[in-house]
Write a protein that binds this ligand. Structure first.
Ligand code: ZN
Length: 471
């Protein structure tokens, strides 16, 4: 973000701007104040976060109002990172810092010795730079190999020798990520993956502003809002998080997956890349396909062969719908079958975007991810079909199959060909009207509806399994 150049460039100008005051507020004060303003104005708080209005958001608001460091506990793909990143919008647009300071000192209250020395020598001429809010958010994925030097810093013997300083002097310090995030928000994802002694270092910074580097005590009174994420089981497992650090995390907030299919569909619609006018014209993913895609994730989360501990991310339906759309595009490109309309068979073609999204339990491993994924799609179809086709009279169609009729299908079949084959089956074409798809709708949409009805019927009447192409 570009910062307007008319902002004060020296401490003197900054003082005149502030009317002689020496304003100082911590990051937590700042975030709290901006949140209060937004709450008072009844403005949306965390845009793009869907389904948390009555659960996660109120708890997060309370944590911020309480000026807490906090942790989001949740499984993968529960919008934890998105929530953390949206905290940036609660920071001021820009704040002044001492120009060139590695830890972005407040010009009115410089922390580091070098800024204090410059301030004393230069007085009102001390140069100021402006930090955008984006520059004040730092995120780190915890891994077991993160060191104190990475996170907090290290003492630099060469610097010390050159300047004739003691090793414990903070001017010999090479700053890590956390000091460089001073006056901002520092987020650590998967906190339990941090080694115990790094957690101790973190705790010392939060608690005392003191830390030992290579045995030398270094004082660092940092001003940061710390936010963490963790898998709930990792976080509560004994010995994963040192107790004093846990104690310093003011609020634990549980996230969750979308509680209903419509909410989940709203998230997927928001996140997925479906606006692709470049290839074959506007894409259509009909609601029955969207429902099935979403239901795959719900089925997976309930499946005992899939590891509950790691969860099934919302990224599953998002990547599936993108892959489904691509299969529809591919069909449209191959046979000039436009506009591209997704079909259920495209969901089966999207297996590569499903199989990597869950961890299998032993029983699941025996069957293989591909088999499990297919079964998930089948039970998703059954669930959606049985609910949405209640009341559709399919007797004539089923009778025809009972009498030995067959209808071979494949996912690359052009719509006109699919419809022409389907026209031989009594009652089948007409039944698309049940979905509001009349005879004058574009062929690709009618084909998609026909295919969904057939797929659903296969679930309900085993005779259709062999009469249409097996999957
Ligand atoms: Zn400084």
């Amino acid at each position: 973000m570009a910062i307007p150049s008319r902002l004060p460039a020296t401490l003197g100008a900054l003082k005149r701007d502030a009317g002689g005051r020496r304003p100082h507020r911590t990051v937590k004060d700042e975030v709290r104040a901006n949140l209060i303003q937004r709450l008072r104005a009844r403005e949306p708080l965390f845009s793009g976060v869907v389904g948390f209005d009555d659960t996660v958001i109120p708890q997060l608001v309370n944590a911020i109002l309480s000026k807490h460091n906090f942790i989001l506990l949740g499984l993968r793909g529960q919008a934890k990172t998105r929530l953390l990143r949206s905290l940036v919008t609660l920071l001021d647009e820009s704040i002044p810092a001492v120009a060139g300071c590695e830890i972005r000192d407040d010009p009115f209250h410089p922390l580091c010795a070098s800024c204090r020395a410059r301030a004393a020598a230069m007085g009102d001429d001390l140069p100021i730079e402006w930090l955008s809010r984006d520059a004040r958010y730092v995120e780190k994925l915890a891994t077991p190999d993160v060191t104190i030097a990475d996170l907090i810093g290290d003492v630099d013997p060469i610097k010390a020798a050159r300047r004739g300083l003691e090793l414990g002097d903070e001017q010999t310090m090479h700053y890590g990520l956390l000091p460089r995030a001073n006056r901002g928000i520092f987020a650590i994802n998967e906190l339990p993956d941090l080694a115990g002694k790094i957690q101790v270092g973190l705790f010392n910074i939060l608690q005392e502003g003191d830390v030992q580097l290579k045995g030398y005590p270094v004082r660092l009174r940092l001003d940061v809002l710390m936010a963490f994420t963790a898998n709930p089981e990792d976080y509560t497992a004994r010995g994963k998080i040192i107790t004093p650090l846990k104690d310093r995390i003011g609020s634990e907030i549980r996230t969750h997956y979308a509680s209903s299919r419509p909410l989940a569909m709203a998230i997927t619609a928001q996140e997925a890349w479906l606006d692709r006018p470049d290839a074959t014209g506007p894409l259509d993913v009909p609601v029955w396909v969207r429902e099935v895609i979403e239901e795959v994730a719900f089925q997976a989360r309930a499946d005992r062969r899939i590891d509950k501990r790691s969860g099934v991310s919302q990224r599953l339906p998002i990547t599936v719908i993108e892959n489904v759309a691509s299969n529809a595009e591919r069909r449209a490109l191959a046979s000039s079958d436009t506009p591209p309309v997704a079909r259920l068979s495209d969901v089966y073609a999207a297996l590569p975007s499903i199989t990597g999204k869950f961890e299998l339990e032993y029983e699941g491993e025996l069957r293989g991810a591909d088999v499990i994924a297919r079964e998930l799609i089948r039970s998703a179809v059954a669930n959606v079909f049985l609910a949405s086709l209640d009341g559709l009279d399919t007797a004539r169609t089923v009778d025809w199959f009972d009498g030995g009729g067959t209808l071979p299908m494949e996912d690359m079949l052009p719509s006109t060909e699919l419809l022409s084959r389907a026209s031989r089956v009594p009652g089948l074409l007409e039944s698309t009207r049940f979905f509001g798809v009349g005879d004058h709708e574009p062929a690709p949409l009618r084909a998609s509806a026909v295919e969904f009805i057939l797929e659903g019927l296969r679930k309900k009447f085993p005779v259709l399994e062999s009469a249409t192409t097996p999957r």
